[in-house]
Design a protein around this ligand. Structure first.
Ligand code: NAG
Ligand code: NAG
Ligand code: NAG
Ligand code: NAG
Ligand code: NAG
Ligand code: NAG
Length: 668
């Protein structure tokens, strides 16, 4: 090879490498990620450029992990450039010092998916989150200290917060935008201005805690109702104040409230309500698409940043629903009338919102991911197993505790579900005698039987007395259901169980034998399945009310139909109220006799095509089984807007009338 030519080649390669290196240095330099607030241009800056987010709320804790990607992709295709999520503390630290970030709790996997899909993340780690989630995300073991002041600088509360945040914030730090992750902003507390404590030392403590783990650079923010009154206790120097408000609000006036706290900087609505939450016994909430679209357009026209709460609501599986005060628990579905349904399907609201976003920013072209197909597996025959009181040998591993007066769930180290309180009638009650909870201390519903015969139901705020009869020495069984802890307001210290004494006539009932019940563990071990041989021997005529009992059934998914298993919905024709497990997974509470929710979402990944699928039901009031039709049914169509009914077994006394106002409940 001629020397000249070789030299030429070398020079060529040298120049090529030089350009390559320079290009990369330049690219790397320009790409150093940064996210900040520009107080001159009144906007966010992403990598030094003005940036506006249009975000949507999705709570990973309400969606099975297998569907995270599908839901995020649908959000991306709507034109969103960010998502917002809460971290529920009690979902990750069930017992003090035991942390769970696996499976459906794998926060880092969720954040990785957001990043891969191209969605930024607005992180809301609490510690309190509200969210219609049990106790607003706070772990109920905090109530071990009876007089703890939650969400304040109570030293025991702060010590628990510091320990938890010592686990969580380093995870968040790894995924901050400036560290190569998707998280652009981090919220401190949640609507703190709506809480009675107004403890600035608490907020200062959180600011210091967040800064120490996340650094000085990250944009911290607070969210409060769009009124100067809320911002007073909710905002703090050094944390950017944002507001929340829904359709129909005066957008100008709402942002004026934010400007009161933040004279300059980006306008932000952190919760723009696309729908609204439900309660058992209240009509399903629907917010018209036209109202959502109109206000969203106004917000975007002002150049404001917005997060749509919820973009997909999802499901309160198991026992995770919260409650409002005066006590009103939320149902299993958290559909929220959001643009994507509980099961991740498109609605007309989705497409209408997408059209609005299109007027302001690029919306990805291309095919939308298909809606997940649903399948009606049909009716499944159920068999009655034993009652709860007959099953104590498999439900209560540690055995009972004997106490003079009744303990709470927390005192028995049980967080969720059901506990059984047993005593005996101290005297003959030959005439109907009132068994009462005079201080409204049944939290939240008690199913009472005398010598194994159902005698009635006590319910918090709604039924404080029943009449009973029985001989002295008769066994009194009181099965108490925790229906979900209050998640908003000053009553979040929501103890469960019998929190005050029951009385019989004029006397306080005492000498209790109390069973902590591990129903979920028993179901998991297959002890409450159709093949467990745990069959009931009783054959009685259809009673108006029967003691809480288990039922089990199984079904096989048919061969020869492609693409099974598919998602489905389970419903309970002529059943009343209870809890349902499918293949050991606690799907949630059903209560068609109260409404409005009728069907429960059952995601496909719970089902098997190779072996039989097992259903366990705990029916608390009365099943249709003794009247011949003992079935549950899988359908392909959800019903969450059924008629609201009030059981004739209860005497309702609504002392207080409540109204929805913006994001708050005003009681008059
Ligand atoms: C909205 O609020 C602004 C600012 O407070 C006020 O000037 C305006 O009249 C209000 N608009 C309506 C329709 O009430
Ligand atoms: C209990 O019985 C008494 C006397 O028969 C009656 O007045 C009262 O209404 C009954 N209470 C309930 C809750 O059924
Ligand atoms: C139950 O009644 C006893 C006796 O009156 C009383 O000492 C005790 O404090 C009561 N417990 C609760 C939780 O009200
Ligand atoms: C509990 O049982 C003891 C012993 O039988 C009895 O003396 C006492 O009166 C009972 N207390 C209550 C509150 O029932
Ligand atoms: C249902 O129960 C049967 C019998 O106990 C068991 O063989 C089967 O694996 C269970 N099905 C699933 C999906 O777990
Ligand atoms: C319930 O929702 C369905 C589907 O959106 C609708 O067709 C139906 O009219 C609603 N029913 C009631 C009682 O509102």
């Amino acid at each position: 090879m001629p020397l000249k030519f070789t030299l030429f080649i070398y020079i060529y390669i040298y120049i090529y490498i030089y350009i390559y290196i320079m290009q990369n240095i330049f690219v790397c330099y320009a790409k150093t990620p940064s996210f900040s607030i520009d107080y001159h241009q009144n906007c966010f800056l992403k990598d030094g450029e003005p940036f506006r987010y249009i975000s949507g709320s999705i709570h990973y804790s309400r969606i099975p992990r297998v569907y995270w990607k599908d839901r995020l992709l649908k959000m991306y295709m709507a034109g969103l450039n960010a998502i917002q999520t809460y971290v529920p503390w009690n979902f990750h630290e069930p017992v003090p010092g035991q942390y769970d970030f696996s499976g459906d709790r794998d926060l880092e996997h969720f954040l990785q998916l957001c990043r891969d899909i191209g969605l930024l993340v607005i992180m809301r780690p609490g510690p309190y989150i509200c969210a219609e989630w049990d106790m607003g995300g706070l772990p109920s073991w905090l109530l071990k200290k009876k007089d703890i002041v939650l969400r304040s600088s109570d030293p025991d509360y702060l010590a628990a917060v510091d320990k938890w945040m010592g686990q969580l914030l380093p995870i968040i730090s790894r995924h901050l935008y400036q560290n190569g992750g998707p998280i652009i902003t981090v919220q401190v507390e949640n609507e703190y201005g709506s809480y009675f404590a107004c403890d600035f030392n608490y907020m200062r403590h959180l600011r210091q805690l967040f800064r120490s783990h996340l650094g000085e650079e990250v944009v911290l923010f607070t969210t409060d109702g769009a009124g100067v009154g809320y911002l007073k206790c909710g905002s703090l120097q050094g944390i950017y104040a944002t507001v929340d408000f829904g359709p129909g609000s005066n957008v100008t006036a709402a942002f004026k409230a934010q400007r009161h706290a933040e004279p300059r900087g980006p306008l932000v609505n952190s919760e723009f309500y696309t729908g609204w939450l439900d309660h058992w016994g209240e009509k399903h909430a629907v917010i018209p698409t036209a109202a959502v679209v109109k206000s969203l357009n106004e917000i975007l026209e002002m150049g404001a940043n917005v997060n749509l709460y919820m973009f997909i609501g999802g499901t309160n599986f198991g026992y995770w629903n919260g409650a409002n005060s005066p006590y009103g628990p939320q149902p299993t579905s958290y559909d929220y009338d959001a643009p994507l349904t509980e099961a991740g399907d498109f609605t007309e609201k989705y497409f209408a919102i997408r059209e609005v976003i299109k007027m302001y920013k690029y919306v990805p072209e291309g095919l939308l991911p298909p809606s997940t197909p649903k399948f009606a597996y049909g009716q499944v025959k159920m068999k009655k197993l034993k009652t709860v009181s007959e099953s104590l040998d498999i439900l209560s591993f540690s055995g009972p505790v004997k106490t003079l007066y009744p303990p709470t769930f927390t005192e028995m180290n049980q967080a969720f579900g059901f506990m059984l309180y047993q005593t005996v009638l101290p005297v003959n009650c030959l005439k109907p005698t009132p068994l009462s909870s005079p201080l409204n201390g049944v939290h939240d519903r008690a199913y009472i039987s005398i010598d194994g015969i159902a005698a009635g139901i006590l319910e918090r705020n709604k039924a404080l007395t029943i009449n009973i009869t029985g001989k002295a020495g008769s066994r009194v069984d009181v099965l108490v259901e925790n229906m979900g802890r209050i998640n908003y307001g000053r009553e979040i210290n929501d103890f469960k169980g019998l929190v005050f004494n029951l009385t019989l006539g004029a006397d306080v009932l005492g000498n209790w034998t109390v069973y902590s019940l591990s129903i979920d563990e028993a179901v998991h071990k297959g002890l409450l399945s159709a093949s467990s041989g745990f069959i009931s021997t009783s054959t009685s005529s259809p009673p108006a009310l029967s003691p809480p009992a288990f039922y089990a059934g199984s079904f096989i998914i048919p061969n020869g139909i492609p693409d099974l298993p598919q998602d489905t919905y389970i419903q309970f024709p002529n059943w009343r109220k209870g809890q349902v497990w499918i293949n050991g997974f606690n799907v949630g509470r059903y209560w068609p006799s109260r409404g409005p929710q009728v069907t429960l979402f059952v995601p496909a990944h719970l089902l098997s095509t190779s072996v039989q699928n097992n259903i366990t039901v705990l029916e608390l009031e009365a099943s249709p089984c003794s009247s011949g039709s003992c079935t549950v049914e899988f359908t392909d169509t959800p019903v969450i807007n059924g008629t609201v009914k009030i059981s004739s077994l209860l005497h309702f006394t609504y002392g207080v009338k409540c109204q929805k106002h913006a994001h708050l409940f005003l009681c008059i």
